[in-house]
Ligand binder design. Sequence first.
Ligand SMILES: Cc1cc2nc3c(=O)[nH]c(=O)nc-3n(C[C@H](O)[C@H](O)[C@H](O)COP(=O)(O)OP(=O)(O)OC[C@H]3O[C@@H](n4cnc5c(N)ncnc54)[C@H](O)[C@@H]3O)c2cc1C
Length: 380
Amino acid sequence: MDFQLSEEEIAIRDLARDFARGECEPGAAQRDKDEAFPVEQIRKAGELGLMGLLVPEQYGGAELSNLALSLALIEINRVDASVGVTLSVHNSLTCGSINAWGTDDLKSRYLPKLASGEWLGGYALSETNAGSDAGSLQCRADKDGDDYVITGSKAWITSGDHADVLVLFARTDPDAGNKGITAFVVETASEGLSVGKKEPKLGLRSSSTTLIHLDGVRVPAKNVLGEVGQGFKVALHTLDGGRIGIASQALGIMEACLEASMKYAREREQFGKPIAQFQPIQWKLAEMSVKIDAGRLLIYNASALKDRGERHTREAATAKLVNSRGANWCASQAVQIHGGAGYCTDFPVERYFRDARITEIYEGTTEIQKLVIARSLLRG
Ligand SMILES: Cc1cc2nc3c(=O)[nH]c(=O)nc-3n(C[C@H](O)[C@H](O)[C@H](O)COP(=O)(O)OP(=O)(O)OC[C@H]3O[C@@H](n4cnc5c(N)ncnc54)[C@H](O)[C@@H]3O)c2cc1C
């Protein structure tokens, strides 16, 4: 497989790198401490065209490859995983699903605002009692004339209190199991929609994660995404792309861990020499580099399959599993290399350690990735 990057891909990677270093890095630690949403960074991302990377040019987007999105996400997450997840959900899950499943009407009403950054997108699948088992969701959507009326609650919604529009999943048929779920495009300004508790978190503290309550929210039937009863299929298809985004987040965190660890290991002296000269430290650095190289190839592979329109469910799950585990391992070793300093907030590795943890949980836990991979293998 040829992983030669195109000129466009190199340009977007470099743009994302400059954005990350110039706009995100300066206040990242403080925003994390204050749990402050990166409003300015998201505004700037819109200005730079980083909010519509997959959106077709006719709707105001950059119409780039999935590989280009992955390259951008790696650079941004290397510096600030809270900005990274906000942009990953927006680009992969919201824009990605509207673009893949929306009617021309839905695309022209929502994609231009999302691609320009005027609007921020969210993705509302999970509920308090329906996480890994998303097919058991209880939020109801009942047909009433030309509208659906949605009632229920959604849990852990990334950017829930800042999003203007959500791709939201609700049950249109209580007796049809997974086939009774429908996807809707829901504006958060709709009457009856309110933002609930903002979750205090271990990591990604500057990204917001909230409950969303829907009390008789009227959504026009023309805002159904895909077909009625096809929502679970929309969710699974979209998550294949989203998982490549989270794998890219994890890879960015790994790269940040290696960079910080190399710098510290060269500077810190014990027993009369830099700790980089001790073999146990060198082994940790080498192992980090191996995980980064392997993880990158898996991301490129899954992205390339998606770009060619080929099935990539197993490859996306594999990329997420390997990179998210790698991020947790690298972040733990980065703290170890920094010793006591790594446990304190003066160095960024403690933030990387906290941020890495979520990558094994959202958009399907590590255990669920294994189920997805095994099912794909056994299906033959
Ligand atoms: C910061 C954050 C942001 C999030 N953002 C979003 C968002 O924007 N939109 C959204 O819809 N959701 C979001 N989520 C929800 C996230 O996707 C879920 O938390 C995740 O899918 C796991 O579901 P759960 O928390 O209910 O865990 P559970 O499903 O209760 O799982 C608990 C444990 O049991 C294991 N387990 C469950 N079922 C099985 C099984 N069959 N076999 C083996 N092990 C199993 C799991 O792997 C896990 O270890 C977010 C969550 C967080 C924390």
